[in-house]
Write a protein that binds this ligand. Sequence first.
Ligand code: NI
Length: 185
Amino acid sequence: MILPIYTYGQPVLRKVAEDIAPDYPDLKELIANMFETMDHADGVGLAAPQIGLPIRVVVINLDVLSDDLPEYKGFRKAFINAHILEVSGEEESMEEGCLSLPGIHETVKRGNKIHVQYLDENLEAHDEVVEGYLARVMQHEFDHLEGKMFIDHLSPLRKQMIKGKLNALLKGKAHCTYRVKTVKK
Ligand code: NI
């Protein structure tokens, strides 16, 4: 089932998300719905707060980029109770977008190496050091679990430059092909 994506201004996007218990109801179905919602919106990642749930569940699909990045062929994974322990490595700048911020694309600086812990779809625990593009996508998605969005990483000047677009989103004006839930008053 395709779910509406919550956009900038929705309070759930600013909450610190909670770990879930292994017996969280209908987890498989939730993950399937998140994949379907992400795919429909042409996203490479989606975090549960973006569909209104303040829990630590994320889906990532890098398979769509595998023509350019063959190492990610077949990469479609769910991450449960994900936490970043450390960000390190070289800082790299790259343009990012977010399904909760339709129409906004900005360059974000992030370290290219992270230490992460999470459970996979089968609730197996992982403790990994991740590098490269996946490290960037994980930081973007796992930021959502801390109530953060990529615009929080921008300089005050860049933030000023996109203020008009942010205000439009707050007024419920979202131009995108997928269904959204804005904070229209
Ligand atoms: Ni995002």
